[in-house]
Design a protein around this ligand. Structure first.
Ligand code: GAR
Length: 210
């Protein structure tokens, strides 16, 4: 059984889809053992509680320094012995010590087709604002492994989503979530739980079903 820790910051719709796909048996051999949230008011915490999953708040505001927060985040993760850490809308820069503690065992969902519209300043709704500003016709979402760079780790899954005339950032965000994010993230966990993902340098390879 793959032990999964999920880190969240806000609404937690991606978390909800992970929980739902595990509950309905679409994702097999995986279990969410802990949800860690940096924001005490986040609805994601409620979602975890409703699903009977342990939810822990680790807020930078509760610590005297960033270093203390980083240590607490690492301790909070290590305490539940995860095989996989999933960043499901975790809008905090992951400290290097956490990345180094879980090499190729942290995945992130990003709401664009990396390497477009990613890196510094590209998170949440801002990504969709930039997509609309640039006038691209196709966007999407990416699940990638987390390395010490920003949105630069090996890409695991991507899905394209059409940009439509008259889209607002909110409308586009919803379409990207519905058509890409909510599908890709559970699928990524399922593939890893089945032992079908191989990371080779900057790339990944998905092995055929056994
Ligand atoms: C999602 O759109 C996710 O892709 C994005 O934050 C949102 C969280 O929504 N993450 C990033 O922008 C990371 N760079 P949720 O809390 O409803 O899952």
């Amino acid at each position: 059984m793959l032990r999964v820790a999920v880190c969240v910051s806000g609404g937690g719709t991606n978390l909800q889809h992970i929980l739902d796909r595990i509950a309905d048996g679409t994702v097999k051999n995986a279990q969410v053992v802990r949800v860690i949230c940096n924001n005490p008011g986040a609805y994601a915490l409620e979602r975890a509680k409703k699903a009977g999953v342990e939810a822990v708040c680790v807020s930078p505001k509760s610590f005297a320094s960033r270093d203390d927060f980083n240590k607490a985040l690492l301790a909070g993760l290590k305490a539940c012995s995860p095989d996989l850490v999933v960043l499901a809308g975790f809008l905090v820069a992951i400290p290097e010590e956490v990345i180094l503690a879980f090499p190729n065992r942290i995945i992130n969902i990003h709401p664009s087709l990396i390497p477009s519209f990613c890196g510094k300043g590209y998170y949440g709704l801002h990504v969709h604002e930039k997509v609309l500003e640039r006038g691209v016709k196709v966007t999407g979402a990416t699940v990638h492994f987390v390395d010490t760079g920003l949105d630069s780790g090996p890409i695991l899954l991507q899905k394209a989503v059409e940009v439509k005339e008259g889209d607002t950032p909110e409308v586009l965000q919803k379409r990207v979530m519905e058509q890409a994010e909510w599908i890709l993230l559970p699928e990524a966990i399922s593939l890893i739980a089945q032992g079908r993902v191989v990371v080779e340098g900057r790339k990944t390879r998905i092995l055929p079903e056994a």
